[in-house]
Design a protein around this ligand. Structure first.
Ligand code: MN3
Length: 303
């Protein structure tokens, strides 16, 4: 089971100039073959289906905890897309329905599902608008096979992040990719270390890809300075205590010591609250009505 905190793994900038075309590109990092839905569901399913946990505990703990972090990654990608879509349809503060306030959106290159199917919202789709599918999950039951797959999944994921970084200048997209490039790097190292401990093969020597100069990317720098490239988080106060048995040694690129850290959710920034988007009736035709109802309910509940 999982506990939830209304916090983000990292800080993202608040909405600024909207960028719907960029948001459509960032969808690849959500629902693409190498997107965060794929990493999240690959590791989640591998942890659900893991057999003989007692006998292979360090490997189970590794996959299960990286799965927990990936939930936070899909949350961050969604927050980025939603930030980039905020304010995109507003020509006037309160446009009339008959003015077709969304008409400007239909002719340009974007994902209409962001508005027609959602309320200026992230879709479980890739950058082409194709839905994410369970076919993107590889869970063979063979631990060496699955860990090897995970290594290459992170390779593809980091390549995609770098390309999205190069395509999108929006500050939210830059902050997102800067953070995920560093954290994806940790996960790649983690799977490489797990395999090396299991088989003796050093994947980071055999397949040193992708070569991403994160120290040259300004949005990666604060995370490198905070040693985020060396830390594997344990997302549980009491369980998954054997991570350090496989996540250990030196970072293959920087030589820094790899460490396991107990996550403290109170150190994470609070999730931002993005404003209502009245043209697409999100969260309703009249957001003020819901506010009023919620205020009454709070009062009745003594909150
Ligand atoms: Mn990830």
């Amino acid at each position: 089971m999982i506990h939830r905190f209304d916090r983000w793994l990292t800080e993202l900038p608040p909405p600024s100039d909207p960028d719907p075309a960029g948001a459509a590109v960032v969808q690849e990092l959500f629902g693409g073959r190498f997107g965060e839905m794929s990493t999240f569901m690959n590791y989640t399913m591998q942890s659900f289906n893991f057999r003989n946990k007692a006998g292979a505990r360090p490997f189970y703990d590794l996959v299960a905890n990286i799965a927990a972090e990936e939930f936070g990654h899909i949350e961050l990608v969604a927050a980025t897309i939603n930030t980039m879509l905020t304010g995109v349809s507003s020509d006037a503060p309160e446009p009339e329905l008959t003015d077709s306030p969304l008409s400007a959106l239909k002719d340009s290159w974007k994902n209409p599902h962001h508005w027609v199917d959602g309320g200026a919202a992230t879709q479980v789709q890739d950058s082409r608008g194709m839905p994410w599918t369970g076919d993107n999950v590889t869970n063979s039951g063979d631990l060496v096979g699955d860990l090897t797959w995970n290594y290459f999944l992170e390779t593809g994921a980091r390549n995609g992040k770098l390309r999205v970084y190069e395509m999108c200048k929006h500050p939210a997209a830059r902050a997102l990719t800067g953070y995920l490039l560093v954290r994806g790097g940790v996960h790649q190292v983690a799977y490489a270390r797990a395999l090396e401990n299991l088989t003796g093969a050093d994947l980071s020597k055999m397949f040193p890809a992708p070569r991403i100069p994160t120290d040259k990317i300004p949005e990666c720098r604060p995370h490198l300075d905070a040693k985020e490239h060396t830390k594997l988080y344990r997302f549980s106060p009491s369980d998954y205590g054997e991570l350090a048995a496989v996540f250990n040694g030196r970072h293959p690129e920087t030589g820094d010591e790899l460490i396991v850290v107990d996550d403290d959710p109170q150190q994470r920034p609070p999730a931002q609250d993005l404003p209502s988007q009245t043209e697409v009736f999100a969260p309703s035709w009249a957001p003020g009505e819901i506010e009023e109802i919620a205020a009454n309910l709070r009062k009745k509940a003594g909150l």
